[in-house]
Write a protein that binds this ligand. Structure first.
Ligand code: PMT
Length: 404
């Protein structure tokens, strides 16, 4: 979301100006506050009325309008926004920007600006390739102007080549990338989360108290950092996260198969509370009490260990495999031993079960206290929200990949 972000959109002349109407709609949908300057040439392609209706703000069209200069002059316009987007950026307006010309509201505002500027060029391919334009592009890039496009394709003029303005969705994504650092962009992450249910019969199961809150928080945090996130989740009440591919499963076997199918990945995080055992042969029908003292014996078999399977992969092992450990006692010793036994790179151990006051810890709670173990270090993270645990883990992951 672009909550509280103020964006000034300069619409210059060009057939691609029609795409800015969709861009305004997308930015507004994201809660951005959009103000527009429409150049005289821009007015030939879109009307001030349509731009004002979509942006919900006054449209500025003329530097020499006395009212506008009293209400909000070009200096204010250039200063009161977090980002200025020029779309379409014609060859003319880019030349003005390069050479510091200020002969209309748009160019004056851009010259007076102390804010970041993004341009989405749109012009005939020959104009784009012309050394004059390319020199301007080079100078603007050197000054830190952010470019979105242009792209290759068919042009309105009938020619084909580089010069098409990027689609509104692409510019919208570029705005997100500008505001939110996406240090994990391009990294693929798999997260297991929630409990598994191992059936006794069609209505009963062996399960546990995992709510999926910790896995969910990690998925959100990594998504925000730009990673491509797939979450393989056991049965929980947690809602879907827009942008995260959530695959819902029930048993440990299903979780293993779905996780292996989703590989390769750069990072795997096993936050799920996977049942170590399943019934050797669950009943196909609901088990019935045959008499008052009938107590059926159930026979268990071991489930596959998903974390260990992935950690021990020899081909295409993810660069970073992270496990959790749910411990009721001897947390520190158990955590170090578990990390070594499972062969994962990092392990986050948390105390689970009821404390001396009868309060549940780890499972289902909003807070968590982590003992972080790698081969080199062991650190205690004080009690914090599960969101903060997720953020701290994300920071560690970012540092890990930055130091590579
Ligand atoms: O979901 P919440 O209510 O928010 O609770 C969060 C949590 C307590 C479930 C979470 O923080 C946590 O500790 N998850 C791991 C729970 C667990 O199963 O721990 P374990 O010590 O039994 O397993 C160690 C590791 O091996 C875990 O990464 C687990 O996912 C993995 N494992 C275990 C068994 C198995 N068959 N396959 C596995 O992959």
């Amino acid at each position: 979301m672009l909550d509280n972000k103020k964006i000034l959109l300069v619409i210059s002349g060009g057939i691609a100006a029609y795409k800015t109407l969709e861009l305004i709609r997308l930015l507004k949908k994201d809660n951005a506050d959009v103000t527009c300057i429409l150049t005289r040439a821009g007015e030939e392609f879109v009307t001030p009325l349509s731009v004002a209706s979509l942006s919900g703000n006054k449209v500025y069209t003329d530097l020499f309008s006395l009212t506008d200069e009293t209400e909000m002059g070009h200096i204010n316009l250039s200063r009161q926004n977090d980002l200025i987007i020029v779309a379409p950026a014609s060859a003319d307006i880019m030349a003005k920007m390069t050479h510091g010309m200020a002969n209309d509201l748009a160019s004056t505002t851009l010259l007076a600006s102390n804010k970041s500027i993004m341009v989405a060029p749109a012009m005939n391919p020959e104009m784009w390739d012309n050394p004059a334009t390319q020199n301007n592009v080079k100078m603007l890039r050197e000054r830190g102007i952010v470019f979105c496009g242009p792209e290759k394709g068919d042009m309105a003029c009938g020619e084909t080549g580089e010069g098409r303005m990027s689609e509104a969705q692409t510019i919208h994504q570029a705005v997100h990338d500008f505001f939110f650092e996406r240090p994990l962009k391009g990294k693929k992450v798999l997260i297991t989360s929630g409990p598994t249910y191992e059936p006794l019969d069609p209505v009963r199961f062996i399960g546990n108290r995992s709510s999926g809150k910790q896995g969910h928080a990690i998925a959100k945090s990594l998504l925000k950092a730009g990673a491509h996130v797939t979450m393989i989740s056991g049965p929980t009440n947690m809602p879907d996260i827009s942008g995260v591919d959530i695959q819902r499963i029930e048993t440990a076997h299903e979780m293993l198969d779905t996780t292996l199918d989703a590989l390769p990945a750069d990072i795997v995080i096993c936050a799920a509370a996977v049942s170590d055992w399943a019934l050797t042969s669950p009943s196909a029908q609901k088990m019935k009490k045959k008499s008052d003292d009938d107590t059926p014996e159930i026979k268990l078999k071991q489930n596959p260990d998903i974390l260990k399977t992935i950690s021990q992969m020899t081909d295409n092992r993810p660069a970073l495999v992270i496990g959790f450990a749910a411990e009721t006692n001897d947390l520190e010793e158990n955590a170090a031993a578990k990390r070594a036994r499972k062969n994962c790179d990092w392990l986050l151990a948390n105390q689970v079960g009821k404390d001396e006051n009868g309060t549940q810890r780890g499972f289902g709670t909003d807070e968590n206290e982590i003992y972080f173990v790698t081969q080199q270090e062991q650190t205690r993270w004080n009690n914090m929200s599960k969101d903060s645990v997720a953020q701290r883990l994300t920071d560690h992951i970012i540092r890990h990949f930055n130091n590579k």
